[in-house]
Write a protein that binds this ligand. Sequence first.
Ligand SMILES: NC(=O)c1ccc[n+]([C@@H]2O[C@H](COP(=O)([O-])OP(=O)(O)OC[C@H]3O[C@@H](n4cnc5c(N)ncnc54)[C@H](OP(=O)(O)O)[C@@H]3O)[C@@H](O)[C@H]2O)c1
Length: 332
Amino acid sequence: MERRTIGAAALEVGAIGLGCMPMSWAYTGSRQRGEESVRTVHAALDRGSTLLDTADMYGPFTNELLLGRVLKERRADAFVSTKCGLLVGEQHVVANGRPGYVKRACDASLRRLQTDTIDLYQLHRADPEVPVEETWGAMAELVGAGKVRALGLCAVGARATRRGGAGLHAGTLRQLERVQQVFPVSAVEAELSVWSPEALGELLPWCESRGVGFLAAMPLGNGFLTGTLTPGQGFEPDDLRARHPRFTAEMMAANQSIVAGLRRIAARHGDEVTPAQVALAWVLGRGRHVVPVPGAKRERWAVENAGAAELRLTERDLAEIASLPRARGSWD
Ligand SMILES: NC(=O)c1ccc[n+]([C@@H]2O[C@H](COP(=O)([O-])OP(=O)(O)OC[C@H]3O[C@@H](n4cnc5c(N)ncnc54)[C@H](OP(=O)(O)O)[C@@H]3O)[C@@H](O)[C@H]2O)c1
């Protein structure tokens, strides 16, 4: 697989990574496929998808434990990205950016992951009670201590600011400017996909101009862009899509034309090519600093998704994607 080099620390990773969240968290059936998930991680590594994206919060903790089983045997093949700063409470998640907590969280992640070093340590969400420079400073000390190689900021929670319409990433950009004064940001993780292209506006250019890598979360639109979901199929209550406005039966039906477009493009590239691969190839093409991290717990998905690194979209394909209807269903 093609390799990409990201961030000030010149981190080298396979062009397509593996999002490990669905193996333990937020998707139907997450907890029932532990053994298959382990095989999925091996399959991804075998195909050059070196970047494994997790967080202490996924599970909570069980996703890191699962990855630890693989890393124990294959640490040299993998690039480990994990996150700190969010705790799972009774009703909702709570941010904790206190320096002492961050250092303890790192030690705990290292133990669960069965490794001495985390390649990319990300702040999952800034704590409104703690100046972000203080949290980032503690994370920088972890780099100094050799526990972490590089730092990243996860901006997926930026959805909360979307209510104002424009300026989805304005708060993230302010945070990035602040933490850059303390220690270099090597990567930003945020949503980017055919049906959620907002990061192309300001966030992606910000990263590109500063040599910061961009990890594209949810590049498959939480599975929708793969064309394997049926409008009205329903989701278990603990599946994030059960409350997602784009996953009501009505919105899934309304957004089928997006999947149909990806399917048409895939068909032009051959019988074996899938809408998921077209969606990933589009994300890959947004810049040399972009690394999609499609989530998957099934081995066949990880193999299929890694195969997208070989797909080259034509000008005609790109024009068709640009003319697809805007996705219906918003958080407003
Ligand atoms: N979602 C968030 O809020 C969030 C936040 C921060 C970071 N991230 C990171 O971003 C990663 C990716 O986001 P995501 O996992 O939420 O969404 P995603 O990558 O857009 O979609 C994942 C879903 O797509 C399905 N899938 C994957 N490949 C497929 C294929 N080729 N054909 C059919 N279905 C396929 C998976 O099914 P199976 O599960 O059945 O394999 C899973 O349900 C996460 O794993 C995590 O590391 C996500």
